[in-house]
Design a protein around this ligand. Sequence first.
Ligand code: SAM
Length: 228
Amino acid sequence: MNLVDDKTIVRQYFNSTGFDRWQRIYGDGKVNKVQLDIRTGHQKTVDTVIEWLQADGNLPGLSVCDAGCGVGSLSIPLAEAGAIVCASDISEKMVAEAYDRSTAVPGKLYNISFAAQDLEALTGNFHTVICLDVLIHYPQNKAAEMIAHLSSIAQSRLILSFAPKTLALTALKKFGELFPGPSKTTRAYQHREADIIKILESNGFVVKRTAMNSTSFYYSRLLEAVRK
Ligand code: SAM
């Protein structure tokens, strides 16, 4: 399967069954145990990024690109904290949901804009580019191109999260593949941390902060890379 196919499938998925599933996981309504576990894990990733950015003390006015923003789980709190946020996603439905959620927060947010766009078509120049849990949709041989593009629009910092490829997780995934249920939808790609760091370094970045956010069903390695 080539990336065009992967991207088309991902876009269709997040505009249909994937939208229904993920907007519930990334919400606060009732969900099943596995989904609740994933919600908790994902929230840890979002909270870690917000903590890092708050700790730097320059969030108000900071230009941030949230590439593959989903329903705005990170974009909206960052905008509430004063960042100037460009939130985009390949799925029209996800980005429309993000917009709706942004209008539901108290007080109007004038510092957030939304676009339905493939992140590899994004243009501009942002202090910080963030891309959370999107690399899971990218095969290993396409990750370098994707990260190079995000690097090209990041002035100072790139924050990425991905499902780490470790022996234990590979075994778990293989075990899961023995029982394909109706919720098995798009392919999930894990990445070796060493590969991601090498790509970041070849684009002029050095890793500054790291975190591992995991629960029983959610595993996400988070890297903050800054220009050398
Ligand atoms: N980053 C969000 C978060 O952490 O809340 C959403 C994560 S969700 C697992 C993955 C998102 O990536 C989906 O909304 C999907 O539509 C989006 N996505 C996948 N491939 C993309 C691409 N090439 N360009 C933009 N968005 C993409």
